[in-house]
Design a binder for this molecule. Sequence first.
Ligand code: NAD
Length: 298
Amino acid sequence: MANIAFIGLGNMGGPMAANLVQKNHNVFGFDLSDHALKALVSAGGKAAGSALEAAKEADVIISMLPSGKHVSELYSEEFIGCLKPNTLIIDSSTIDAVTARSVATIAASKGCKMIDAPVSGGTGGAKAGTLTFIVGGKQEDFEKARPILKCMGQNIFYAGQSGAGQVAKICNNMLLAIHMIGTSEAINLGIRHGLDPKVLSEIMQKSSGKNWSLEVYNPYPGVMENSPASREYSGGFAVDLMAKDLGLAAEAGLETKTSTPLGNTALNLYRMWSEAGNGKIDFSSIIQFLNGELKVNN
Ligand code: NAD
């Protein structure tokens, strides 16, 4: 049993922390939202008044924050300097590799360890404890983290040195955005020609168009009982977070002079959808933008 500080108890962090409690770890959590803190307490964890209060006696700190800015603000030299020696920091937020490496360097300078461990699998995977973790950092720190990650996930990958987990994650999310948009286009086209979206989805799932968006995250309301589309695109992966990840992919492309034309198109579509006032709803709602159901600035 470990003493775990969990910072960022939102759509993903909340259920991940609850799974750690279920596996008998002591979870002391912090979030800016009272609602998120209350949910942790009702799951059996303890609520802290600040990130430092949660972290200072912890063996392991897990963070699940929106972006790199939040992560670098949390892990200042001052904050890490107050931790116990050898504290293991696991940052599961999706952020840029540069920030991940810089936090790892600060941690090492203060006698602590840090791995980047972004996840895939969505809020459903977070609740079910079936996430995929993609880890960058020292291999020995990865081995130390593995039993903790196993409490929240099913597939645990070592991608390479510090930052490698984040690079693999943004490659994955760029592909996810592209197949979500492609899946939405195909469903819209079928509907315009009189097909039932459920029947069409079933056909494509058993054909060469099969992909994760079709299998577990159908963007059309009512096709899949548990997908965000069937609860008005709430409680999933926000449009703004997807736009952030596509921005990270675009930056990574520029750094290495890699062409990512479909990734860049996906970035523009998600930015436009966000600017039309849809930043907080689930990213599968892009189907509504593509079918003209909710027009920009209308
Ligand atoms: P979210 O907005 O639901 O949760 C983020 C939480 O962080 C919020 O509860 C917010 O109050 C809290 N927070 C922000 N700043 C804080 C601070 N300084 N101290 C403490 N708490 C703070 O977002 P989410 O969907 O849980 O995503 C979190 C991360 O996971 C993001 O980096 C996202 O890209 C990544 N991710 C999300 C999904 C998904 O399906 N939602 C899937 C994979 C990865």
